[in-house]
Design a protein around this ligand. Sequence first.
Ligand code: NAD
Ligand code: UDP
Length: 376
Amino acid sequence: SSSSSTRLDLDGNSIKPITICIIGAGGFIGSHLCEKLMLQTPHKVIALDVYKNKLKHLLEPETLPWNNRFEFHRLNVKNDSRLEGLIKTADLVINLAAICTPADYNTRPLDTIYSNFIDAIPVVKYCSENNKRLVHFSTCEVYGKTIGSFLPKDSPLRQDPAYYMLKEDESPCIFGPIEKQRWSYACAKQLIERLIYGEGDENGLEFTIVRPFNWIGPRMDFIPSVDGPSEGVPRVLACFSNNLLRGEPLKLVDGGESQRTYLYIKDAIEAVLLMIENPARANGKIFNVGNPNNEVTVRELAEMMIKVYSKVSGDQPLETPTVDVSSKEFYGEGYDDSDKRIPDMTIINKQLGWNPKTSLEDLLESTLTYQHKDIC
Ligand code: NAD
Ligand code: UDP
């Protein structure tokens, strides 16, 4: 198409259309990535997942212009012999498939470890054996806790970035003891990163590892019994949205003191597209992808969401809009938490010239507006 001949990569070369196999394409990140690839690029996508609800708008009606560039296969990577054949037909594989909700890490540690480590191994192996480039989704959680979290609460060193800034090629991975099963996910992700890195080093696998820092936006997780199961605890955005939609107070786990940096999914997808289309700049790299300017405590996030939801819905906030709950009560035995997550952006900035754009206020407003329209 005409768009394919005019699109240039960061080094000024024209971008050739490729075939991308996206595993876990039906999830939150996958649905936004597929949408971007269909709307703004000439690439072909082979989408694999066990669910396709979040891809509905890309699959129907049959007349959509990208009909011949997008195909979906219902497939479980755990046990489907079609996987290697599908990988062979692609130029690039992107693996998003994973159990990645904290409520599962301490309550379903085996499923978590199998999903994030064991089930990812064949994908890595097929890519390595068939010389396919792999973009693998890891997590900022591989950093675990900050060095600063071990300092006394009132230590001035806690303000020094050397004690909290998370750097891909320097920071250690600091997890809690084995009884704190929360870390089963982080540990499984760390080991698959090391396996991929080793495949690159010993067998020449072309890889890029992505560490998302709390990407949020429309279609993230589910609102229990509205667009998902009635049981189960999704990630914090959906928990708080659910509370707001039901007129319930937002639950702050252990005081809501943990800090997070939130990145708008649409900013994040731009970074992923740069990785896809600039392999020479992305291969062999591990990238933090986050927004260091959007840091809040969970309590502050709750307060902002309450304010924005009230603006979007026209409803008055409750008199007691938040309640405290212990992590044991909320998540059960074995929960633990990352204290603070500020991504160092030097590497992604240098390699891909990428910077986040959207403020937390703006991204919450567009996300809550979408949810309010979609559900009410
Ligand atoms: P998600 O749960 O919305 O998407 C994951 C998708 O993988 C789901 O659609 C699920 O059905 C699919 N899947 C899981 N197991 C599968 C299997 N055996 N076979 C086929 N499909 C399977 O989560 P997401 O937020 O889109 O996350 C995608 C990836 O990014 C994950 O690897 C996650 O660990 C990582 N990540 C995301 C964030 C974030 O901020 N959203 C943060 C850190 C890491
Ligand atoms: N959290 C909370 N209330 C909720 C859900 C989550 O206080 O209803 C807290 C949780 O303890 C953690 C933070 O919010 O400190 C972020 O949780 P999320 O599920 O988004 O995952 P994480 O960032 O830890 O990977």
